[in-house]
Design a protein around this ligand. Structure first.
Ligand code: GUN
Length: 295
């Protein structure tokens, strides 16, 4: 059996069409144009490519989009002042500071400085806390994208054994939390594996839905999953370059072998990546509506 491929590219396209219409309506009926600033510090090639993709999408959807690139050696004080400027800018509804940040900057200070009302990444502790107790808030984009992929692909999560590999604040912890909540895409029984888990394969073999955000290429092999599993691969690993200089990517799971056992699987690229960007756009539209008193 070869798995159904869950195409993030296709699902993201559908959601972007919905958003495009919503943005056009907001503009026509209420004169509201969602505004997004992406702040990039330095020139990390992966960060440059993520931020470029976010800006391109914002522009395509009709947003007011601002790319603010700062030098690698910017001081923490100057970066915090920049964030405060955008907190007070009525044309900007969403602020994204691309991570990771250089060593001289305390990441948590930066994330705390973004107004929770403009925190479209969902990283501010106010939004994290609201997410954990199931209140309305900006959900972090990658976990939010994973939920949408599962829901729109008709994967039953209620009562499912979900195993998450990875415990980052950006993916592992929030997706585990969301999937155990009483909500669409939730109601699962959730296990989290991490670098100190004694026998990861014992857990992954039990999974009905396996979500891998380990940050290491192909760490999940076919012998570690059961027949009929649904696999969401969050990994984006650069494993080489084409002669033209384009990055060669692979996920955290051995896609070619696992697709022969799984019921459904996300590819890399074209899986979770496009969904992350799309949920950022959805959050920014939400922020603009809230700012205008329309939501
Ligand atoms: N770096 C890697 N993923 C992300 C993300 O989702 N948001 C931000 N701001 N930085 C990232």
């Amino acid at each position: 059996m070869s798995a159904k491929i869950i195409s993030g590219t296709e699902i993201a396209k559908q959601i972007r069409e919905e958003l495009k219409q919503e943005v056009a309506e907001l503009k026509a009926k209420h004169g509201v144009v969602p505004g997004l600033v992406t702040i990039l510090v330095g020139e990390n090639p992966a960060s440059v490519s993520y931020v470029t993709a976010k800006q391109r999408t914002a522009h395509d959807l009709g947003f007011h989009s601002v790319q603010d690139t700062q030098p690698e050696d910017i001081s923490e004080e100057d970066l915090l002042a920049l964030i405060e400027k955008y907190n007070n800018d009525p044309d900007i509804h969403g602020i994204l500071v691309q991570l990771p940040l250089p060593r001289q900057i305390d990441e948590s200070k930066v994330l705390y400085a973004i107004s929770p009302d403009k925190d479209v990444d969902g990283f501010h502790p106010v939004n994290v806390g609201k997410m954990v107790i199931g209140e309305r808030c900006f959900l972090p984009c990658t976990p939010h994208g994973i939920l949408e992929m599962l829901i729109r692909s008709g994967v039953e999560t209620s009562g499912a054994e979900v195993v998450v590999v990875g415990r980052s604040n950006i993916v592992g912890k929030p997706i585990a939390n969301l999937m155990l909540q009483k909500r669409d895409g939730g109601n699962a029984t959730v296990t989290i594996c991490h670098t100190r888990t004694k026998d990861t394969a014992f857990h992954t073999k039990r999974a009905d839905i396996l979500i891998v955000a380990a940050g290491r290429p192909k760490v999940i092999t076919a012998d570690m999953v059961k027949d009929g599993v649904v696999v969401i691969d969050v990994g984006v690993n650069r494993i080489g370059q084409t002669p033209e200089g384009k990055a060669i990517l692979c996920g955290d799971v051995d896609f070619d072998a696992i697709k022969e056992k799984a019921a459904a699987i996300t590819p890399v690229p074209g899986g979770v990546g496009p969904m992350t960007i799309t949920m950022l756009m959805k959050n920014t539209v939400q922020a603009a509506k809230q700012f205008a008193g329309l939501a």
